[in-house]
Design a protein around this ligand. Sequence first.
Ligand code: NAD
Length: 487
Amino acid sequence: MRYDGPTQLYIDGEWTPAVDGGTIETLDPATEETYATVACATAKDVSRAVAAADAAVERGSEWRTMGPSDRGGLLHAMADEIEGMADEITLVESHDNGKTPFEAGLDVDMAVDTFRYYAGWTDKLTGETIPVPGDRLDYTLREPVGVTAHIAPWNYPFQLAGRSLAPALACGNTAVLKPSNTTPLSALYYAKAAEAADLPDGVLNVIPGTGSEVGSTLVNESAVDHVAFTGSTGVGKHIMSEAADNVTGVTLELGGKGPNVVFPDADLEAASKGVHYGIFMNCGQMCWAGSRLLVHKDIHDEVVDRVVARAEATPLGSGIDDDGRMGPAVSESHRDDVLEYIQLGVDEGATVVAGGGVPEDTDQGYFIEPTVFTDVTNDMQIAREEIFGPVLSVIEFSNFEEALEIANDSPFGLSAGVWTTDIDKAHAAASRLDYGMISVNEYPQTFPQTPFGGYKESGLGREQGMEAIREYTQAKNVNINVGLDTQ
Ligand code: NAD
């Protein structure tokens, strides 16, 4: 099926080609065929988009002076528009990224819920009065930060763009969205939704392009007040240092190496199912993947057998015209990176007990077998680095203390899973794990209402929930001397 969606940049309420007429060709990773060709922005297009966003958020602009309920109404309208296009976006995302329509559908549902959730925040953005000494009235106003840039990765292109756009818009900011040039398509549907919902011109601009030119130019634009970046830790560090030049705020949602810790008293069937889901969903291309399975020695073999059985029974395929439950890697180069990690694991002395390569019976698509390594120690590279593919490293532990020590011994701190039927153990583990998100007896789980983000090198700041409201507003303090004697 050929792509039939939007193909141009969306700047200041207009669909427009890139200044230099450049384009991006995207491949369907399940077929290796060209799926779509869309405009590829340049640095000049960044300037156009940022100027439009800047004008739209000026004091006195339509967006800035709009009543909070009206702004909420527009976000609800965007949610309705997205919902109305849900089937189309799902299929486009599936062709563009390789995830199955089932997985892509969940992403679209989450984006709709996120817009609805933040639509409800627009008229609840309150400051506070603060008791101070003397005869004074002191209060804070919560104001928008201004122009927000949103730089999104390829693994959840639609959902993650919406995750930061919705709170930024709800707080009265304007936005420039740059999707990954590997998966530029679904982001353009936010522009379609904004146009159909009648958002004022310039409030949302969408400019697919490369990270090195468009992403970097965006970060360095002096009119950009906040950068919401989701992507790799290396690029996140670079963006943070570049943003320092203009003292631009950043939210960084970066990589992970999540431990899924299974204690002997756990429901082993539920745990095996959760472990499987937590590493093989989205072909393992998840920041919060449970890529390390920490399992107690008494149940090690039983859990491994169950996880391996599930891995080997996972049907590979796009899920579009077949019954595939795990799609391909996003690109040939990324598949090759994952295969290199699998070879590295073998070289480091780990044992492949499931998968370990490309499936023999597929002649097209960047598929990788769901792979499980045992005999992994936490100092191996496959246990320390983010592989970002369907590769699980199993590490044995002997007691609670050792489990927590191994789990916390990581440069990352995004998400951790705990499997136990002992409520005390669950709370103790949750309180001592150095991770931004803990899931007990399911993995992984998040909601628009709950904060998403990581400790350590997994990021800075939080998306989702009321935490995101703080990222996209700034406090202004007002002190009024109400005493008769002013000096
Ligand atoms: P990436 O860092 O390569 O790219 C992310 C985005 O940044 C893309 O849009 C890219 O074009 C842009 N970019 C690249 N170089 C840039 C630069 N110098 N300046 C500005 N922008 C630049 O990441 P990816 O490969 O697209 O995504 C995978 C990574 O994202 C993984 O590490 C994964 O863990 C992480 N991720 C994190 C979360 C989270 O919420 N914590 C969610 C999803 C993905």
